[in-house]
Write a protein that binds this ligand. Structure first.
Ligand code: PLP
Length: 438
């Protein structure tokens, strides 16, 4: 009874807003996972955020472990980014014409991301991946693509086949509205399974335009590539003339300043980027080898455009963010330390309680899976106890820690997480695990 009154009182404004939102917006949200369907309850409506904290409409504060699903890697309202946006707005918000900032942004991205020689800005990760496969198809003259089960590449039709994250959480891996013809051109393999990829390639000779993957998966929870997997994929793509696309929308500028490709030392042909690249503004990008990128209109015949692409305010935020990351390599050491301490702390707490749960962690990405099986692909991720995850999520929320509201998501830490806060999160995790053991 006590818990019930507590929650009613504390989440009242969010509940009222959500009730109204549901009458106006499908499911009450502008992106499905936000609706808390996978964990039950009412989503928190957020009023503001600063550093490591979110504040909801009921004025409750939470320690952040999602950080806008990745972008806020230096914490919320990071001053250099805020200042850049304030400076930029006095010159108007959009021109639909080239700007100096876009040139600076392109130059910075090319200097930071090892395989990128030319880059095109778009407005989201979804746009980046949709454009990248079109370019790969135009470049190779082939139609089919390979993706991995449980990898999410945005909501483009071609990718809503065995997509992870929200699509999986919502139980609609194959969305109505995606035509059979589109689905026919998307081939899928289990993650970390090179033999399955080879079988697909052999069965579709000279028909595969590209292979796209998350070099570290965030969208079935955090899943790491097995040693040799990325190199094996690189070799297969090179051998068969398949354009290799690393979807670094999550990992880019996060696992290293040059993303997963820098961290693992494996270079794709094309890279898709998003999230951090906009510093919290709606930005995406795709880039890669000059010969492939020269296919893009107006340099080449593959059409891709955008009224707000390279938007000056968004570019200012992104430039400030990337410039800071580029000039402060210690950020990545700190993120690795924070990630490791949380990962180890979560693992230790589970072990102490006799729960042999799996914690996958690399750098500032990690997931606690409510399963005692190792998680290396979608099938193993699905051994997780989803109802128990829901209870665990709410136990964490009650203790002031805001997690991604679904098991099949990676958490993202920011540099705003101080040593004190790390300890608080580890303690909250232990109490929460204990509270939901039965
Ligand atoms: N690719 C990956 C790996 C992602 O994680 C996401 C979003 O979470 C996307 C693409 C789509 O990006 P956006 O949501 O900006 O369209």
């Amino acid at each position: 009874v006590h818990a019930f009154t507590f929650s009613l009182f504390h989440f009242m404004t969010s509940e009222q807003l959500f009730e109204k939102a549901k009458t106006l917006i499908p499911g009450g949200v502008n992106s499905p996972v936000r609706a808390f369907r996978a964990v039950g309850g009412t989503p928190l409506f957020i009023k503001s955020a600063k550093g490591a904290y979110l504040t909801d409409e009921d004025d409750r504060q939470y320690i952040e472990l999602i950080n806008s699903w990745g972008p806020m890697i230096l914490g919320h309202a990071f001053e250099p980014v805020e200042r850049a946006v304030r400076d930029a707005i006095q010159y108007s918000f959009s021109f639909g014409a080239p700007t100096r900032k876009e040139v600076e942004m392109a130059e910075l991205i090319v200097s930071m991301v090892p395989s990128v020689e030319k880059v095109r800005m778009v407005n989201s990760g979804t746009e980046a991946t949709m454009a990248a496969i079109r370019v790969a198809r135009g470049f190779t003259g082939r139609d089919k693509i390979i993706k991995f089960e449980g990898c999410y590449h945005g909501h483009g039709d071609s990718f809503l086949i065995a997509a992870g994250s929200g699509a999986m959480t919502m139980g609609t891996p194959d969305s109505p509205g995606v035509t059979k013809a589109t689905a026919h051109d998307t081939l899928t393999a289990p993650y970390n399974n090179l033999a399955a990829v080879e079988t697909l390639i052999d069965a579709n000779p000279n028909q595969i335009a590209c292979l796209i993957l998350e070099p570290v998966v965030g969208n079935m929870g955090c899943v790491l590539p097995d040693p040799g997997f990325l190199q094996g994929i690189r070799d297969l793509c090179t051998k068969h003339g398949i354009v290799l696309i690393f979807d670094e929308v999550m990992t880019g500028f996060r696992l290293a300043k040059g993303g997963a490709q820098e961290r693992f030392g494996i270079l794709p042909d094309l890279t898709t980027m998003g999230k951090i690249i906009g510093g919290g503004m709606p930005v995406g990008a795709y880039g890669g080898r000059t010969d492939i990128m020269n296919m893009v209109s107006p340099a080449g015949p593959v059409y891709q455009a955008g009224t707000l692409s390279g938007n000056p305010i968004a570019m200012s935020a992104g430039l400030a963010m990337l410039t800071y990351l580029n000039e402060h390599p210690e950020v990545y050491e700190r993120l690795d330390t924070i990630g490791k301490r949380l990962g180890d702390g979560f693992r230790d707490s589970a072990a102490k309680l006799g729960l042999n749960y799996t914690v996958n962690q690399i750098g500032s990405m990690f997931t606690l899976f409510i399963t005692d099986k190792p998680v290396t692909d979608l099938t193993s991720a699905k051994t997780s106890d989803i109802p128990r995850f829901g209870r665990y999520f709410h136990a964490m929320l009650e203790r002031g820690v805001y997690l991604a509201p679904a098991q099949y998501e990676s958490l993202f830490v920011s540099t705003a997480l101080t040593d004190d806060l790390i300890e608080q999160v580890i303690a909250a995790n232990e109490e929460s695990l204990k509270a939901v053991m039965k």
